[in-house]
Ligand binder design. Structure first.
Ligand SMILES: N[C@@H](CCC(=O)N[C@@H](CS)C(=O)NCC(=O)O)C(=O)O
Length: 254
C-alpha cells in the first residue's frame, strides 16, 4: 500500500514493517556515459526508523525527488522495543532505482549524486580543466568517513551498551573507556575541520553529501552547533516530517 506523506504519521502507527519511500514521478536522470539509459520504473527506498536510512531520505529530498511512503518499521532490531519482523533485505537503507537494487548508504549516496545531481551541488563534479577535483575528493572522504570511521568506532560502543548484561560492572565501563579513545579522536578531527573555516558546513556555506552522511554518525553520539545547523536545513526538516524520523536515545553517548 502506498501512502501520501500527509498520511505518514498514521501509517507509522498502523504498520510495524518496513517503510518504503517511493519516488512517484522519477525525474529525468542525467545521462551518464557509463550507465544504461534511465528506466521509467519507480524508485523506492527501504527506510528503517531511527537508522542510517535518514541519510538517504534526506539526500533524496535535497535532490527534489518527489516521495511517498508505505509500510514502516519503527525501530532497528537492536532496539528493545523492536518488532520481531526481520528486514528482507537484511539491512537498511536499500534503494531500488528502476531495475537496480543498491545496498550500503555510501554507495547509494554516490549513485544518487552521479545520476541526479547534474550541477554537482552535493558532490562536486570535475570539470574538463580539473576544477572541482579537490572538493570532490574531500566530499567523498567525508561520505565514506561517516560510515567506516565514525560509525565503526561509535557503534561498537553503542552495541556494547545495548548488549551488555544488566549486572555487568567494571568490565563494561573500562572497556568503554578504552574504546572511546577513537571516538574522541574522530570528534577532535571533525571539530578541527569545522573550526578551520568560518563556513557553516563541512564543504562550505551549504549542505552537501558530506554533511548528510556524517550527520547521522554524529547524531548518535553528540549534539553540537553544526548538528543544529544541519537540522535547520529545509530538506532535512521535510524529510523528518515525511518519515517520522527520530534517533533512539540509547545511541546518544556523549
Ligand atoms: N554499512 C551499511 C549498514 C547498514 C545497517 O547496518 N543498517 C542497520 C540500521 S542502521 C539495519 O538495517 N539493521 C537491521 C535491523 O536493525 O533490523 C550502510 O551504510 O548502509
Amino acid at each position: 500500500m502506498i501512502l501520501a506523506f500527509s498520511s505518514i504519521s498514521k501509517a507509522i502507527q498502523i504498520h510495524s514493517k518496513h517503510q518504503i519511500i517511493t519516488i512517484k514521478h522519477p525525474p529525468t536522470p542525467i545521462p551518464p556515459q557509463s550507465m544504461s539509459p534511465p528506466t521509467p520504473l519507480p524508485t523506492t527506498l527501504h527506510f528503517l526508523q531511527s537508522s542510517r536510512s535518514i541519510r538517504t531520505a534526506w539526500l533524496l529530498e535535497s535532490l527534489s525527488l518527489s516521495l511517498s511512503l508505505s509500510l514502516s518499521l519503527p525501530t532497528p532490531s537492536t532496539s528493545p522495543t523492536a518488532p520481531t519482523t526481520k528486514l528482507l533485505p537484511p539491512s537498511a537503507p536499500v534503494l531500488r532505482d528502476g531495475g537496480l537494487i543498491i545496498y550500503e548508504s555510501g554507495a547509494i549516496a554516490e549513485f544518487l549524486c552521479e545520476r541526479y545531481d547534474g550541477e554537482g551541488r552535493f558532490v562536486s563534479r570535475v570539470g574538463e580543466d580539473g576544477m572541482g577535483e579537490k572538493e570532490r575528493a574531500k566530499t567523498l572522504m567525508w561520505v565514506h568517513a561517516a560510515e567506516v570511521t565514525f560509525m565503526v568506532h561509535a557503534f561498537a560502543i553503542a552495541h556494547l551498551r545495548m548488549f551488555s548484561p544488566k549486572n555487568a560492572t567494571g568490565f563494561t565501563e573500562e572497556t568503554e573507556e578504552g574504546m572511546s579513545v577513537n571516538v574522541r579522536k574522530d570528534f577532535d578531527w571533525l571539530k578541527s575541520e569545522l573550526s578551520q573555516s568560518e563556513d557553516a558546513f563541512l564543504m562550505g556555506d551549504r549542505v552537501t553529501a558530506a554533511d548528510i552522511r556524517v550527520h547521522f554518525s554524529v547524531q548518535c553520539i553528540l549534539i553540537e552547533e553544526w548538528l543544529k545547523r544541519c537540522e535547520q536545513d529545509g530538506a532535512y526538516q521535510k524529510t523528518v516530517e515525511k518519515t517520522g524520523y527520530s534517533v533512539l536515545p540509547v545511541t546518544r553517548m556523549y
